[in-house]
Design a protein around this ligand. Structure first.
Ligand code: COA
Length: 382
């Protein structure tokens, strides 16, 4: 397999050198060209996974979504490349170009080189499942498991906590969380429940509870304006923490779904407090108890979302607005945010603790176990 991927790598290098591309988004032409040049300066082999990702993003950036027929079972090299390209779904060429630049930038930084215009945040920390960059005074934390709809694994929870801690300290004015691909986030990765540690299910619930408490705490205590750029459907914990953000911008393709009772679980992310406060208890219960999925327009009408944008202009409208906001005086912004949240902080921590306690019990219940098993069984039948 390594040899096959080396072929991919050679193919990629050849392809990169041999083809002239027409780039339409003026703002990223230069970065993309720089990224292509930087690629050839890498001293170390970035590994098979990164090489495939680079290949896929390059194809998506230059040709759009994968539209070629699936290679045959025995055509291993092309099949693995096709899978990587296909897994990017319908992300736009603009976004693919940006992700390509982000990825090459993080590889260059990891080798101690200079970065591209969008630089990885902090001291060059790179994450397996996140793309973290700082540009135009905005630190962006992009969930980056598009093939799994950005479901949050244990590792990813820890990475997001670390990225938020870093963003709190860096020079940026605004912090954004968004998703790669066609989903914002599909919530907790349900396979987290299938990794049972030595101490058994109780230990799994305890470790999960500690992690969740810490994760939600990172949002409650976040000191700067925090913005969700909801680029597609959102599920579970990616929805419940939205009440802790300062702005929530959504594409009109986004939906908001918290199927806790369906999964034998209960609310988290402080939503048992923030949702009734934001939308009233009747509407909050419809979501948190009865799994009602909201459209972006409905979520906006209920006050969970700040504004909805047409999908076709979502990225350009949102980012031009955020770039303008990031030019406002940073201390004034941070201090005002802290004032707005300060009365609530103790209560939010108490809510977080209570929700985690309840969930630790739920995670050991038959109701939860059966629901998670049926999710994976249904997938296995497909
Ligand atoms: N946990 C683990 N894997 C997940 C996941 C999650 N929360 N969400 C998506 N995935 C995986 C799927 O298993 C699938 O993996 P595969 O390609 O290896 O089979 C892949 O992501 C793509 O998802 P798929 O279901 O094929 O896409 P879809 O567009 O048909 O549906 C969802 C997307 C999100 C609606 C569906 O995957 C889903 O319901 N996921 C569970 C969401 C959930 O309950 N989250 C927890 C809330 S508390």
């Amino acid at each position: 397999a390594n040899r096959e991927l080396s072929c991919c790598w050679m193919f990629l290098t050849f392809f990169r050198l041999g083809v002239k591309f027409h780039i339409f988004a003026a703002a990223t032409v230069e970065q993309f060209e720089q990224a292509k040049n930087k690629l050839s300066t890498l001293k170390n082999d970035p590994g098979n996974e990164a090489k495939l990702k680079i290949y896929a993003l390059f194809k998506q950036a230059t040709q759009g979504p994968c539209n070629t027929p699936k290679p045959g079972m025995l055509d291993f090299v092309n099949k693995v490349k096709w899978d990587a390209w296909k897994s990017l779904g319908s992300i736009s060429q603009d976004e693919a170009r940006q992700q390509y630049c982000d990825l090459i930038g993080s590889l260059v930084t990891a080798e101690g080189g200079t970065t591209l215009a969008a630089k990885p945040a902090g001291s060059g920390t790179t994450y397996e499942t996140l793309l973290v960059t700082t540009e135009d005074d905005i630190t962006t934390i992009k969930l980056n498991r598009p093939a799994k709809k950005n479901a949050i694994t244990t590792e990813m929870y820890n990475d997001i906590i670390a990225a938020l801690e870093q963003a709190a300290k860096d020079d940026s004015v605004i912090t954004v969380i968004t998703g790669a691909g066609d989903f914002y986030c599909s919530g907790n990765d349900l396979s987290n429940f299938t990794k049972i540690p030595e101490g058994g299910v109780d230990e799994m619930a305890k470790q999960g509870g500690d992690l969740l408490r810490k994760y939600v705490k990172a949002y409650i205590d976040f000191p700067k304006p925090l913005v969700a750029v909801v680029n597609g459907p959102a599920v579970g914990i990616s929805v419940t923490v939205l009440g802790l953000f300062d702005l929530v911008y959504a594409t009109d393709r986004a939906t908001f779904h918290t199927p806790f009772s369906q999964l034998g679980q209960s609310a988290e992310g402080c939503s048992s407090y923030t949702f009734p406060k934001i939308m009233g208890s009747a509407k909050a219960s419809e979501m948190l108890l009865f799994n009602k999925k909201l459209t972006a327009a409905q979520a906006c009408g209920l006050g969970l979302v700040t504004e909805v944008f047409p999908d076709s202009s979502f990225q350009s409208e949102v980012w031009s607005r955020l770039k303008a906001y990031a030019k406002l005086p940073p201390n004034s912004l941070a201090l005002s945010k802290q004032l707005i949240r300060s009365m609530e902080k103790d209560r939010l921590h108490a809510v977080n603790n209570a929700e985690v306690e309840r969930l630790m019990e739920r995670w050991t219940s038959d109701e939860c176990f059966n629901a998670v098993m049926s999710f994976f069984q249904a997938k296995a039948k497909l």
